[in-house]
Design a binder for this molecule. Sequence first.
Ligand SMILES: NC(=O)c1ccc[n+]([C@@H]2O[C@H](COP(=O)([O-])OP(=O)(O)OC[C@H]3O[C@@H](n4cnc5c(N)ncnc54)[C@H](OP(=O)(O)O)[C@@H]3O)[C@@H](O)[C@H]2O)c1
Length: 328
Amino acid sequence: MRAIVCRTWGGPGELTLEDVPEPVPGEGELKIDVHACSVNFADLLMIGGTYQTRPSLPFVPGLEAAGTISSAPEGSGFQPGDRVVAILWHGGYAEQAVAAPRETFLLPAGVSFEVAAALTSAYVSTALALQRVARLLPSQTLLVLGASGGVGLAAVQLGKALGATVIAVAGTTDKLATVREAGAGHVISHRDEDWKEQVQAAAGPSGVDVCFDPVGGPLFDPALSTLGWGGRYVLVGFAAGQVPQIPAHRLLVKHRAVLGSSLRYFRYREPAALRETMEQLFDWYAQGKVSPRITERLPLSRTSEGLRALEERRAIGKLVVCVRDGGL
Ligand SMILES: NC(=O)c1ccc[n+]([C@@H]2O[C@H](COP(=O)([O-])OP(=O)(O)OC[C@H]3O[C@@H](n4cnc5c(N)ncnc54)[C@H](OP(=O)(O)O)[C@@H]3O)[C@@H](O)[C@H]2O)c1
């Protein structure tokens, strides 16, 4: 089968398109003919060897597999030919992948493979962070950093679907236009020196209730200051590269909390929450409440270009690798 292979820790330029043996399902595992896998920032961390866990080299990156089941063990609840999407540790940028039944979900008729790939890691992790960790309530104010990226744009749409007022922070005019279109009530550029004051003015006297932060770095400190009484700051990633230090004294007076949320650990600890969230996302997609913005479709051979766009902050929304579409 054709697959993108990481043989050495490094950047997208080190990845190679190769013919490799098909993966062999372990006990109880499903095998999937992969049609689509979306491009995620975590792929960059994984191929760079800086992710929370390091696969052994060589490995195939890619965090989802949307496609059809080619083999399923008895009792797994799946049949060959079922249209599914699976969350993977890695292995999605390949014509075949193996997956655990508990992290594999049947696709409703109206969900294409590309949409399923775009909806899965980014939207599931964002929904878990907003609903289960930050406990965002309708009519609260949500501040989203990195708002035009994969998880950021998901947070804008999900925040709106949950009835929150969304304040979105992004970098360029194009990115700001995209987040406005996605339903943000207020859009602010972090390139403006007074961006923190603009957020405070948009949030009003009670401040921000929940901040969703996939960026970290220099945005953390000003964003923390915008949290009001009982505000929750949920850290989902550090795209800026620096892990912020938390000034604990600034949590005390306003009863603020800083929380972490990780899809990887929800998979270990709360698989039922994962399935419920995926089902809710399919419903919300059918109702038009969320709709991933796929801004680029790439053939497998151009996977590195997609990853480079994320690395260079050029990407908006979700980029999807169409694994079987060699002619793109
Ligand atoms: N915890 C979880 O469960 C979970 C799940 C999925 C993703 N994540 C994490 O969330 C983060 C974002 O992932 P993503 O897939 O949404 O990535 P993405 O699409 O590339 O979005 C990242 C955003 O961060 C902003 N950014 C600020 N400084 C940056 C820098 N130095 N380099 C790159 N981007 C920078 C960019 O917006 P501007 O250019 O507008 O500033 C960009 O839109 C990653 O750290 C990822 O690992 C965590």
